[in-house]
Design a protein around this ligand. Sequence first.
Ligand code: AMP
Length: 358
Amino acid sequence: MTEPLRPGATIGILGGGQLGRMLSVAASRLGFQCHIYEPGAAPPAGHVAAQVTTAPYEDLAALRAFAQSVDVITYEFENVPTASLDALEALRPIRPNRRALAVSQERVAEKDFLTGLGLQTAPYARVTDLAALEQALERIGTPAILKTTRLGYDGKGQARIMTSEDAPAAWEAMAGAEAVLEGFIDFSHEVSVIAARGLDGSVACYDPGENVHRAGILHTTTLPARLSPGQRTDAVLIAARILNALDYVGVMGVELFVTPQGLIVNEIAPRVHNSGHWTQAGCAVDQFEQHIRAIAGWPLGDGSRYADVVMENLIGSDVDRVPGLSRERNCQIHLYGKSEVKQGRKMGHVNRVIRGLT
Ligand code: AMP
């Protein structure tokens, strides 16, 4: 498919969480239908999509039927097994492409790719057993962080190592999974760039946002981020470099540590990103519409920011604050339709619009 997708066409989305839900809303505003593929029952995206397939990611027959019912496939979940992607790709284009998925599914591959582009990352080493960890610690030093190479998110699958005595417990915490040791970056703050690349290779980056985490989970994203004009340019150049190198189509989140030695790439996410939710209130075209435009082969929208915005995640029982939040006149509320409140579960977010640009 190289022609722009016409309204009325169907977009397949792997994953039915809040990102799939907000992508479906954006797609439907552009006249598309969405078909969600999700193993879990009653996915949040199911409330707003035309069709839902409930089946595991290993069910090749269900995946093929899903692919045949859509015009293009995208995802909000990047850990889909390789064999499943093969089955899908044989039938319909997957955007962003397989390389973007492969690079971001595995932390060592990701860091090899980033350093190969000449970008800065934390010093790192692959760790497959305790002896390798001890060796890596000698090279990288402490403090350091041990992370599983796959399937980590929101700070899960991570162990801090303050002294070499912490090594055995940290290795235990990986529960036998392959890991990467990362040197601890002494950053002043964390920012992220949400960037998009179209089918024609054009790139549009949103202004970097400043992220604050609580207990490993994103708490707020604030625009504008504290960055000098030079750092702002660097952030955008880093993101564009990554997108071009991957021949990427769609929206990507690039997380960066701000240090006196420059911007260090923490990780990339080949999809719309929680730290890009502010664009719903700050830009004419938000990250969800931008992603749909890109994968549909449409021209990218304007990524300019028109307001200062603070995005706050509503985690677990934070959702009980909604009645009070609803009385704040400049507070845009997004709830994900999740029936069960759990500790650490993202239930929604709010975007507070602060009038005027600074
Ligand atoms: P991650 O899952 O890799 O994004 O890590 C979650 C959070 O842990 C990051 O947002 C940082 O706050 C912190 N973190 C991760 N890696 C490092 C590192 N190498 N040095 C310092 N802090 C880190």
